[in-house]
Write a protein that binds this ligand. Structure first.
Ligand SMILES: [Zn+2]
Length: 410
């Protein structure tokens, strides 16, 4: 295991600054390239699975979270309210605004903003959006203990009969995304309530949701552990757990079945019988927060990202200055094709290869390659391929990248 807190900075992925504040990492160009690729991958996966993307504000009135019960049950993790819009001399006026601790209440309100019939369901609403947590200063670090994060979130509004199938589909998407990323979950966890005041809703509601999640796990053939006290305050959940560099476990994906929030927000749809019915909300995240996902990848790969995610995918290495024009031409063609590529021409070839050892594709161009319009591709890890035309090399690299796989060359 590597330590993303150190390596992530060395690789130019992220940094923090006391003037911005602890727990508020910023993404440097290499990190921004990874984040962009990861977000696009997730959006594409969701589009193909029938999700619709939305945007919602990161701030809302305190009343929204009172309605969702986050205010009553999750307040320790929330930022204090800001009073805005009050006149001087009227400190009691204005509105109390809160940075959101979760996207769920926004999506419930967005569902409610339109009338729905059973024909609209399942309605799969997805957003990659910011959420904020008021962590103590002492525990902040790297990309895993942060005060703000970008969550890959979605809420599926569906009928009771559809909920289990939607949860299964979400688990299948999680598996697919993790294969593309090369992520090996440590275990699946069924997170249940404990005998504590922090949970809401009726025992019948919890039993029904728990039984559904057990069926979903059994249907997918997944082994899992059951843990009390790890549920969301409104319902049980399946958590996909991964280990970090300190061998601590964290949830990197989740699927939840929720009967409570639809009740709180009085959500409904018109059934085939013409009557109003309450939908079920399935909450799911396939890669969790972008911060945690990238931290996990750095921890486990040491920066050797899958080709589709690598900040720099192709480096062109001219052996002497004479081949620089051919190297520049190759990089131009690669960029036009949508790849992230650059030329490296300063220093010995050996030093340049070492400096770019994490880049999936290194294209070496010597006099013979330049004369023939060819390149000698060296894959990350050292495997050398026979010289091939520039067109053939770029076509194959493009196929590998578009396939969103961890494989370098098939
Ligand atoms: Zn949610």
């Amino acid at each position: 295991m590597y330590d993303h807190r150190k390596l992530g900075r060395e690789l130019g992925i992220f940094e923090t600054d006391p003037l911005i504040g602890g727990g508020l990492p910023f993404w440097l160009p290499a990190g921004a390239a990874i984040r962009h690729a990861l977000e696009e991958y997730v959006r594409e996966l969701e589009r193909k699975a029938g999700y619709q993307h939305v945007y919602s504000p990161v701030l809302a009135k305190r009343e929204l979270y009172e309605r969702s019960c986050h205010w009553q049950h999750y307040r320790d993790g929330m930022y204090p309210p800001m009073t805005v819009g009050s006149e001087a001399g009227d400190p009691g006026g204005g509105e109390q605004m809160v940075l959101r601790p979760s996207l769920c209440p926004h999506h419930a309100v967005m569902y409610r903003s339109r009338a729905h019939s059973y024909r609209d369901l399942p309605l799969r609403m997805a957003e990659l959006g910011g959420q904020y947590r008021s962590e103590l200063s002492g525990v902040l670090g790297g990309l895993t203990r942060v005060r703000g994060m970008q969550l890959n979130d979605a809420h599926i509004f569906c009928t009771l009969d559809q909920a289990a199938a939607e949860a299964s589909m979400a688990l299948a998407m999680i598996g697919q995304a993790h294969r593309a990323l090369g992520v090996e979950p440590a275990r699946y966890r069924l997170s249940l309530a404990s005998a504590s005041a922090k949970y809401v809703g009726s025992p019948q509601m919890w039993d029904r949701a728990t039984a559904m999640l057990r069926d979903v796990l059994a249907g997918e053939g997944l082994d899992y552990d059951t843990e009390e006290g790890e549920a969301a305050f409104y319902g049980p959940k399946i958590d996909v757990q991964a280990a970090d560099s300190a061998e601590r476990e964290a949830s990197i994906a989740t699927v939840q079945i929720d009967f409570y929030q639809p009740e709180r927000f009085a959500l409904d749809y018109t059934g085939s019988d013409g009557a109003r019915h309450r939908p079920v909300m399935v909450h799911r995240s396939i890669v969790g927060s972008i911060e945690r996902a990238v931290a996990h990848l750095i921890d486990t790969t040491g920066g050797a990202f899958p080709p589709w995610l690598a900040p720099l995918q192709l480096v062109a290495l001219p052996i002497t200055d004479t081949e620089v024009p051919q190297a520049e031409e190759l990089v131009r063609a690669a960029i036009d094709q949508g790849l992230r590529a650059e030329v490296s021409s300063d220093g010995s070839l050996g030093a340049r290869i070492r400096a770019h050892r994490l880049v999936p594709y290194q294209a070496v161009i010597g006099a013979s390659e330049a004369a023939a319009g060819e390149v000698s591709i060296r894959l990350r890890g050292g495997r050398k391929l026979p010289p091939m035309t520039v067109g053939a090399a770029l076509a194959q690299i493009g196929r590998q990248v578009r396939a969103s796989t961890v494989e370098l060359w098939n």
